[in-house]
Design a protein around this ligand. Structure first.
Ligand code: BDR
Ligand code: CA
Length: 315
């Protein structure tokens, strides 16, 4: 049986890979793409979401969302990681489709209310759209099936500061609301995604099998790979956002612990995610006021990559 999802994204090279999976996998019913600033501006994010769906030959609603963080000033988009156009600076064809007139938050609220208990929200960018949807309709917490978030880091350290992961750092106030809301939540952070490296041979297979979309995935990968080579000395890249979908369909590839999540919103540790393990007691309840979440602390990297390749090369 396929799972209906809304995919909240800031495409983004690894977002594009994940969108390809969401469009291709027979066990996913992709209800819509909701866009946010993050890797790129909101206008570019929406353009890229429309383009990727068009290149896959699918008609998927795209709803535009947050253009800036809730409280802090916006960080400039990381052009050195994803390219100024979010897809490795490769020339892109024009898009012919348009975003729906609804905001991302309104789209999420409408869809979840139409199918209570069924929809999984998968969020792989800064979390302003989910925070806005919660504000519009607090009853969502009881109506979503689950929220799966690519973001955060518990033991792995950060990728944009010594302690913060990019999606959480880009809007820590939104992240605090979303990670502490009373809904069933899985966090797929750097503790798991850094165990997964999409190597050039695997990427070649994917690019060859994905037609027009494959050209974008393949060429943008080259740009992303250069960044990883310089930044981390690895030959390949971490397909962070795809890992959220792999968890959804293949959770046995991840090691999960129950814990209460908090987000640091100010100061030097801004954007850090903390997990208080549900199995332990602490001096007071400051770290355990939310509901416990499922937090991925490790992954079987090679098996995750193999699943991605099989998904994106299936006939
Ligand atoms: C996350 O940050 C973005 O750059 C990626 O698209 C991913 O969602 C990884 O930290
Ligand atoms: Ca992303």
């Amino acid at each position: 049986m396929s799972t209906p999802i809304i995919f909240d994204t800031d495409p983004g090279i690894d977002d594009a890979q994940a969108i390809a999976i969401a469009l291709a996998h027979p066990d996913i019913e992709l209800l819509g793409l909701t866009t946010t600033f993050g890797n790129v501006t909101i206008e570019t994010a929406t353009h890229n979401a429309l383009l990727l769906a068009e290149l896959a030959g699918q008609s998927i609603p795209v709803a535009q969302g947050a253009s800036a963080p809730l409280v802090k000033p916006k960080n400039p988009p990381p052009g050195h990681i994803h390219g100024d156009n979010g897809l490795g600076n490769m020339p892109l064809p024009p898009v012919t489709t348009q975003a729906v007139s609804q905001s991302a938050a309104a789209f999420i609220v409408e869809q979840v209310n139409a199918r209570p208990g069924e929809i999984v929200l998968v969020a792989v960018g800064p979390l302003g759209n989910l925070a806005a949807a919660l504000q519009l309709d607090p009853s969502l917490v009881a109506k979503v099936k689950r929220v799966v978030i690519m973001g955060g880091s518990i033991r792995e350290g950060g990728n944009v500061t010594p302690v913060a992961e990019a999606n959480i750092f880009n809007d820590p106030h939104a992240a605090a609301r979303v990670l502490q809301a009373d809904w069933p939540l899985t966090l797929v952070g750097l503790d798991a995604t850094h165990r997964c490296v999409l190597d050039p041979t695997s990427m070649e297979k994917i690019a060859a099998a994905q037609g027009e979309l494959g050209k974008i995935l393949g060429e943008s990968y080259t740009f992303y790979r250069d960044f990883y080579q310089q930044a981390q000395g690895i030959d390949g890249c971490c397909p962070h956002d795809s890992c959220a979908l792999v968890w959804l369909l293949k959770p046995e590839l991840f090691q999960v612990e129950r814990g209460y999540l908090s987000v640091v919103t100010e100061g030097l540790a801004e954007g850090q995610t903390l997990m208080a393990p549900a199995s332990r007691q602490f001096v007071d309840d400051r770290w355990t006021r939310s509901v416990a979440a499922d937090v991925c602390l490790n992954a079987d990297g090679p098996a995750v990559i193999q699943w991605m390749v099989e998904t994106l090369t299936a006939e």
